[in-house]
Design a protein. Structure first.
Length: 181
């Protein structure tokens, strides 16, 4: 199979490793194949692709959509990020728990985060190009968020020896108060 899918400790989260073909010219891989994902038990339908470039120390998140939750297939094209998903699904036995994956352009690994999770990432390399597919369109009026350093969640972000760089919006996010799906 061209992809390897590994379940993470929180149900619904998966780390995905595509088969990468390398030679003296560089590399090639299929970053997404509907056929391969469906065969691996991930019958996903994506409606939007997004991409960002950030410098070391940028922390984006933790974001989610309230009425139009998004599943996300995230990856790093260049650089490295520490990517985090927080379970906010009502009734989930792991509600309020988090899982993180180091994504890198060198390894080409991916992280699938289903609807019902808050999502964020921290750039740990000098720069990173981050790309992701979404199962639902973005609705700006539907945005929700949880502050990155909520002590009740306790995410262990990597220590970069510097202050993290956050948007004004992300510094104003609330503590996890039971919001979610």
């Amino acid at each position: 199979m061209p992809i390897t899918v590994q379940a993470c400790p929180i149900a619904g989260l998966y780390e995905i490793q595509p088969k990468v073909f390398t030679d003296g010219r560089g590399y090639f891989f299929e970053s997404y194949s509907e056929r391969d994902f469906h065969a691996a038990g991930l019958p996903l339908v994506f409606v939007q692709d997004n991409q960002s470039r950030s410098v070391k120390g940028v922390l984006r998140g933790l974001h989610f959509q309230k009425q139009y939750p998004q599943g996300k297939l995230v990856r790093v094209i260049a650089g490295e990020v520490f990517d985090v998903a927080v379970d906010i699904r009502r009734g989930s036995p792991t509600r309020g728990k988090w899982h993180g994956v180091l994504l890198s352009g060198e390894k080409q690994n991916q992280f699938y985060i289903p609807p019902g999770f808050a999502h964020g990432f921290l750039v740990v390399s000098d720069t990173a190009v981050f790309a992701y597919k979404c199962t639902e369109f973005y609705h700006p009026e539907d945005e929700g968020g949880i502050i990155w350093n909520d002590p009740a969640i306790g995410i262990r972000w990597p220590d970069l020896g510097m202050d993290y760089l956050l948007s004004d919006k992300d510094t104003q996010l609330s503590l996890f108060n039971g919001e979610g799906q």
